[in-house]
Design a protein around this ligand. Structure first.
Ligand code: NDP
Ligand code: ZN
Length: 350
């Protein structure tokens, strides 16, 4: 089969491989729409994951091609959302961790691209189909379903980790596709005032459409000072963009008792430091949390239900649509270059 991926670090291209084998609990899926992600480009430049002859892509919807002999609820021909995080539910680590994202160690459940070939291919392998694949309800478009498997799951997780309650004032730092979903997640959880931080007009416009009360730019001066001037201190901060500096600024914006929830990937070479005063001298009950996209079937089914019943529309983050398998390199390159008008590209493979 044909796939698009990395031959080696910084060398992307077409890859020929055998069709994956289906284990007794597993499924083989034929992806129909995929979305390149910033995490794929990180891996292609030497981020974590196998670094040679690896098919990239971890966000897909598709049609089930084949299921293993022990699979009970999924059958060939089903239209499914493939979560980007597919835990091995038989590993005890999954049952010990509340998000199921870390089965055999940190990020262990991030298997597509993380430890095996991804979804930018004619076929992809999904472990434990009954527990990992989500059927797409008739009222949800495949494009909307595609935006749940990583973008909405991760962005909403920022709002969940921040433990947003009715009436909170929330800052979302970074309004790429993940942060935009955090804006939506914060509002769904009952935030009153949501201040978004971003600079590009395209993302600012979508943040406003999604209900952000105000948008400020990190290019207009330190964002902690801007937010403190506007609010005097906020209840919750979701970090979905910016580097270590934004982490410190987020901490500075928090009132006593506030929570900073991070969904950013920091680089392994980054160091996170902050003055004791930023953390309320260690005594201001400021929580710092960080976590990885939750996955598995039930997580995605819950997000699909929110779409089905009209609670949100994730397709506003789709900025570029490509048609055909041969468009994969162009879509991937767009993500890699971070084109100025890019939010999220998708590729209809068929
Ligand atoms: P993008 O790069 O698309 O968006 C980043 C955002 O941060 C943009 O709005 C950008 O503004 C803003 N930004 C850049 N620099 C600063 C700064 N100094 N201060 C404040 N804001 C800044 O990223 P994604 O939405 O794709 O992903 C967001 C983060 O989430 C990334 O770190 C990504 O690796 C991570 N991620 C984590 C996952 C998880 O499971 N935990 C899953 C997927 C992604 P502008 O563009 O306007 O300049
Ligand atoms: Zn992703």
């Amino acid at each position: 089969m044909r796939g698009y991926g990395m031959h080696a670090v910084n060398q992307v291209g077409w890859i020929e491989k055998d069709k994956p084998q289906c284990g007794p609990l597993d499924a083989i899926v034929r992806p129909t729409i995929v979305a390149p992600c910033s995490s794929d480009t990180h891996v292609s430049h030497g981020g974590s994951g196998p670094h040679s002859e690896l098919i990239l892509g971890h966000e897909a919807v598709g049609v089930v091609e084949e299921v293993g002999a022990l699979v009970q609820t999924i059958k060939p021909g089903d239209l499914v959302a493939v979560p980007c995080v597919t835990p091995d539910w038989l590993v005890s680590g999954v049952q010990n961790h509340k998000t199921f994202s870390h089965d055999v160690g940190p990020f262990g459940s991030f298997k597509l691209v993380g430890s095996k070939d991804g979804v930018m291919a004619e076929f992809c392998h999904v472990n434990q189909a009954d527990a990992n694949l989500a059927l797409i309800p008739a009222g949800v478009s495949p494009e909307a379903a595609l935006m749940t498997v990583d973008m909405a799951s991760t962005g909403f997780y920022g709002a969940e980790m921040a433990d947003i309650v009715l009436g909170d004032t929330v800052v979302v730092i970074g309004i790429g596709p993940v942060g935009l979903m955090s804006v939506v997640g914060a509002i769904l959880r009952g935030a009153a005032r949501v201040i978004a931080v971003g600079a590009r007009p395209q993302t600012v416009a979508v943040a406003r459409q999604y209900g952000a009360s105000q948008v400020i730019s990190y290019k207009d001066g330190p964002i902690d000072a801007q937010v403190l001037e506007l609010t005097g201190g906020v209840d919750k901060v979701i970090l979905a963009g910016g580097g270590p500096e934004a982490f410190l600024q987020g901490l500075n914006m928090l009132k006593a008792g506030g929570t900073l929830a991070n969904v950013n990937f920091f680089d392994a070479t980054d160091t996170l430091t902050f003055p004791a005063l930023s953390w309320g001298l260690g005594m201001a009950d400021k929580d710092i949390r960080g976590g990885f996209c939750p996955g598995g079937k039930v997580r995605i089914e819950r997000l699909l239900a929110l779409i089905e019943y009209g609670r949100f529309d994730p397709t506003q983050i789709i900025s570029h649509r490509f048609q055909g398998f041969d468009a994969l390199p162009e879509a991937f390159d767009l993500m890699d270059r971070k084109a100025p008008d890019l939010i999220k590209p998708i590729v209809h493979l068929v």
